[in-house]
Design a binder for this molecule. Structure first.
Ligand SMILES: *Cc1c(COP(=O)(O)O)cnc(C)c1O
Length: 308
């Protein structure tokens, strides 16, 4: 069984006109649970089920938790998601809609995660949101689909949180013989843990996350993402929250799809015709999606001068 769908790959006329180049968008916002995460998490859940797991445990109130809940329902495996008190009602509702058991524990993700880990018994599988080779293998299917379509981009733009998507896409480029295609790894200021790692020459822990793009809010990127930065052309790009929010609104107007600011960060690179794109003519933007934002929330953040 395959839990993710093959998503459309279309040219964004609006972005192509703005940049004066061909901009292709891979619409992973259309995955059933709302983001690309089901590619890797679906693959990991199926693997753990085959190995005998009887319950899936997650500590993500975001798109990773939603993907685990979706995979569990589809595979007939119970799912427990432990989230901190700060988790929005909307996120809890979305998890419950997928029949997941939601446990609220602790004031921060660290506490929720520690409690989730303590629940993991011998017959349970814990699903990490970004640091698992099975996840990267699954995320790499996004590139397999582009390869099969016959389009060869000369640059890929994607968002980076903990670096799972980045690790998976680069793995996909390599397994399709496309190791020459550079990647633009986009983060928002206030969540730029990949940028910090590249600058320091090793992964570093950010003191805190100050961006509204919570899905990019990993304080430290996985080691694999950093390693790829030494074995593949990866350019780190940092955009503002406001740029990411504006891109969400423009994308909704242009393509009628609502995405999170975490995804808007990548879209902003095209919408603002970033100088980084200068030497490329066929650009692939990964529309990673995200189900946890509403348009009201995006507009509220956008109009607030003191965001977050
Ligand atoms: C998880 C997520 C990201 C970041 O992915 P990582 O694998 O953590 O780097 C970006 N956008 C959305 C919508 C996400 O859910």
């Amino acid at each position: 069984m395959k839990l993710h769908i093959e998503t459309p790959l279309i040219e964004s006329r609006a972005m192509s006109v703005i940049t004066g180049r061909s901009v292709w968008i891979k619409l992973d916002a259309l995955q059933p649970p709302g983001s690309f995460k089901i590619r890797g998490i679906g693959h990991a859940c199926e693997t753990y089920l085959a190995q005998g797991a009887r319950r899936f445990v997650s500590s993500s109130g975001g798109n990773a938790g939603l993907a685990v809940a979706y995979a569990g329902r589809r595979l007939g495996v119970p799912v427990t998601v432990v989230v901190p008190e700060t988790t929005t009602e909307r996120a809890k509702e979305l998890l419950q809609l997928e029949n997941a058991e939601v446990i609220v524990h602790g004031i921060s993700w660290q506490e929720a995660n520690a409690f989730a880990q303590s629940l993991v018994g011998a017959s349970d599988a814990f699903l990490h949101p970004f640091d698992d080779p099975l996840l990267w293998q699954g995320h790499a299917t996004l590139v397999d689909e582009v390869f099969r379509s016959g389009l060869k981009p000369d640059a890929v733009v994607l968002s980076v949180g903990g670096g799972g998507l980045l690790s998976g896409v680069v793995e996909g480029l390599h397994r399709n013989g496309w190791s020459d295609i550079p990647v633009f790894a986009v983060e928002t200021a206030g969540a730029a843990s990949f940028h910090a790692a590249v600058r320091a020459g090793h992964t570093v822990e950010l003191e805190r996350i100050t961006s509204i793009a919570t899905s990019l809010g990993a304080k430290r990127v996985c080691e694999k993402a950093f390693q790829w930065s030494k074995n593949h052309r990866i350019h780190s790009v940092v955009v503002s929250d406001q740029s990411a929010l504006s891109a969400c609104e423009r994308f909704l107007a242009d393509h009628r799809i609502l995405v999170e600011p975490a995804c808007g960060a990548s879209l902003a690179v095209a919408y603002e015709n970033a100088s980084e794109l200068e030497s490329f003519s066929n650009i692939l933007v990964v529309v990673c999606g995200g189900a946890t934002s509403t348009i009201d929330q995006i507009r509220e953040w956008k109009s607030s001068k003191h965001a977050p």
